[in-house]
Ligand binder design. Structure first.
Ligand SMILES: [Zn+2]
Length: 343
């Protein structure tokens, strides 16, 4: 199992080192005019794979004001070439997005498209040193102070590499959270800010949501909150007691939610993952559980998919009402046992 994990990290770590030099030149280039990304696929790009790319493009268009349009003038060319990496220049200006055949680059489509729209790596922000222990001799990870910081640093960003010996979080609870594949709340927020996507009228979104610039009649919500105004839950919250209770769940190919309420304003929920089937892949992309105990639900809380050091047993205190539990879908059935009580 270890070699699988290591090889994932190594590949991910080299995701697009070849374009670091390019990026520094391109990072000051303007964003795509009219928020319209012009591209065409290489002649040999397989039809079935175009669908994967379009799925990601359609998703980005559904939560931002960015549109994707096939064109043969001043464009990005999306190619599928063996022997090279997944890579993309950063920002407007044409160039080549290379999606090497295979599952790895299929999973990195949203990462590369966000580069193409102008979003840099999370580990290259000027405030990286606060969160990450980056080995200086590793030239891949440059502290690029030219990058403008829009959203706060988030360990659940799809623009952050998976943890390695050369790239470790100071808070090791986040080691396996790093390298997440889906776009995070703040990844999408960054695109909206970069392209000044707004609505004529702002809705009164709850739970830190904001008006969706693609559909101004509904909000974009942090994970766990739903509905037009982010004030709906997937199910009724569980009422905790003073004594420890156990919550068991089996999860496979569907993200599931649970909510635990607080009985009164001064109560605090104590909660931890007691047991689970581990699947320790970088970014926990084979499935994980995330107890969202941070007060601001836009941030990713540590995703648990590894028994590493018994860290998962740490009791988290949450004053959120309700506390959201996200069981992120996996690639095989995984069993979780969570214990909780209020104090
Ligand atoms: Zn990258």
């Amino acid at each position: 199992m270890l070699w699988i994990i290591l090889s994932f990290f190594l590949i991910f770590g080299n995701l697009d080192a070849s374009v670091i030099r390019q990026k520094r030149q391109l990072s000051t280039r303007p964003i795509w005019p009219n928020a319209t990304y012009l591209f065409h696929f290489d002649e040999v790009f397989p039809e079935w794979r175009k669908k994967l790319v379009w799925e990601v493009m359609d998703f980005i268009s559904s939560v931002t004001c960015v549109k994707f349009q096939e064109s043969y003038e001043e464009v990005v060319r999306i190619i599928s070439q063996n022997g090279t990496r997944c890579a993309s220049p950063v920002a407007y200006g044409g160039g080549i997005v290379n999606l090497k055949p295979g599952k790895f680059c299929d999973n990195a489509i949203n990462h590369e498209l966000l580069h193409s729209l102008g979003i840099q790596h999370e580990q290259e922000r000027s405030d990286t040193a606060v969160y990450l222990n980056v080995k200086k001799e590793n030239q891949l990870f440059l502290n690029n102070s030219e990058i403008s910081i829009i959203a706060p640093f988030d360990f659940g960003s799809a623009m952050l590499y998976a943890g390695t010996e050369n790239l470790k979080p100071y808070d090791m609870d986040y080691y396996y959270t790093m390298g997440t594949l889906p776009l995070s709340f703040f990844d999408i927020y960054n695109v909206n800010k970069l392209y000044s996507c707004t609505c004529a009228e702002e809705l009164k979104c709850e739970n830190f949501g904001y008006t969706n610039p693609s559909s101004c009649d509904k909000c974009i919500c942090p994970d766990g909150f739903f509905g037009k105004l982010c004030n709906e839950l997937k199910k009724e919250p569980i009422q905790p007691t003073h004594s420890w209770q156990t919550l068991s769940k089996t999860v496979e190919n569907e993200t599931l939610y649970e909510y635990i309420a607080l009985p009164h304003q001064n109560a605090t929920l104590e909660i931890f993952v007691a047991e689970f089937d581990e699947n320790p892949l970088g970014g926990c992309h084979g499935g994980s559980v995330e107890i969202k105990y941070l007060p601001d639900p836009r941030f990713t809380s540590p995703k648990v998919c590894s028994h590493d050091g018994g860290r998962y047993l740490k009791v988290r205190a949450s004053s959120n009402n309700p506390t959201v539990i996200v069981y992120h879908e996996g690639n095989k059935p995984l069993n979780y046992e969570i214990k909780y009580r209020y104090v």
